[in-house]
Design a protein. Structure first.
Length: 347
């Protein structure tokens, strides 16, 4: 009887000691998945700093998500009124640039195959699918290191996801290049789980019927005059952007300027081991607000949302339209060129 009692005591002690052990990566992953993915929707606010260009850029990010596949992401550069919005609804994926009055429509499964550091659902999926992901437990947080799953993954292959122990919500995410240097930092200031929005809240505004009043006509004429003045200013004050990539053997072999109805169009040809063409010109303001269908997948460059295909990337920022094309560059290299475009000379 005594031996039996001692055996029960030993078993009980082992069970207690086992229960006091540190939680495993799998235990934490399960809790995160339950908390992040089972919510019917969420809202969040974050600050995103991008350090891939010549100067760090900071953006304010606001996200709405309602299950199953409704998203609204608004990205605004700090200290600047220009913004871009990504909307996914039952009709597709839209990129809206209010300053240009433009809306682009993509036939894309974004963000399923293009994880974003500010979308907590895709972060949970990043942790889940990376079998080699590691977890470090600290005093107040868990830190997961995983591979990234987006169009930048060859340039920015890893990320660290910091999760508060008490709330089990991410506090910040850092994304690193192949040398381990931090290139993108996302800090969450507010995450509200369980917030749902109506389907109508994800609607993309289309062109309204033209007003029939004389006042509306007068407003249209005034707007047209303003647009012409803007176009004239762009024609006379156009600044040229150059890619700041340091690719050995690739040089600017040709550059020319062509005058168009919209202003100056700059065409650059880069030759060598990595050949590509860069075209830039003042961005046109549309006559209406109807969405324009574009080929490719939306790629968040931070400062703009671009349309990426196998052989080209197109985006608009600061009133300038950019197009980079190549038969030899990879998608990652096209993104590298886009991220490196810098004003170095005024025409």
């Amino acid at each position: 009887m005594r031996k039996r009692f001692l055996l029960l005591v030993v078993v009980a002690v082992l069970l207690v000691l086992g229960g006091c052990g540190k939680p495993s990566k799998e235990d934490v992953m399960k809790k995160l998945s339950n908390k992040w993915n089972e919510t019917k929707g969420y809202e969040l606010n974050a600050s995103m700093e991008i350090k891939t260009g010549a100067e760090p850029r900071v953006y304010d990010v606001e996200v709405w998500h309602t299950k199953p596949e409704f998203y609204k992401v608004n990205v605004t550069q700090s200290g600047n009124e220009d913004s871009q919005m990504i909307v996914r609804n039952e009709e597709g994926v839209f990129v809206i640039t209010p300053s240009l009055g433009k809306t682009y429509k993509f036939q894309s499964d974004w963000p399923a195959q293009n994880s974003q550091g500010y979308l907590i659902g895709t972060l949970a999926e990043d942790i889940k699918v990376d079998k080699a992901a590691t977890m470090e437990e600290k005093e107040k947080e868990y830190v997961f290191e995983t591979e990234t799953r987006n169009n930048h993954k060859k340039l920015l292959p890893t990320q660290k996801i910091h999760i508060d122990k008490k709330t089990l919500l991410p506090t910040h995410v850092t994304i690193h290049d192949e040398t381990g240097e931090e290139k993108i930092s996302i800090k969450f200031s507010k995450i509200s789980l369980g917030v749902e929005h109506k389907v109508a809240d994800y609607a993309v505004e289309m062109e309204q019927p033209k007003a029939e009043s004389d006042q509306a006509g007068s407003d249209d004429e005034e707007a047209g005059a303003d647009e012409k003045a803007d176009a004239d200013e762009k024609t006379t004050g156009f600044q040229t952007y150059y890619p700041a990539v340091n690719w050995e053997g690739s040089t600017l072999s040709d550059e020319k300027s062509v005058t168009t109805e919209n202003g100056q169009r700059i065409l650059m040809t880069f030759s060598g081991e990595k050949e590509f063409v860069v075209i830039q010109e003042p961005a046109e303001k549309p006559m209406n607000q109807l969405p324009v269908s574009v080929e490719g997948d939306p790629v968040d460059l931070g400062f703009a949302v671009a349309a990426l295909t196998d052989q080209s990337i197109h985006w608009e920022v600061n009133g300038v339209s950019f197009f980079v094309a190549s038969e030899t560059l990879s998608k990652e290299e096209l993104i590298t060129v886009a991220n490196s475009m810098t004003v170095t000379e005024a025409k």
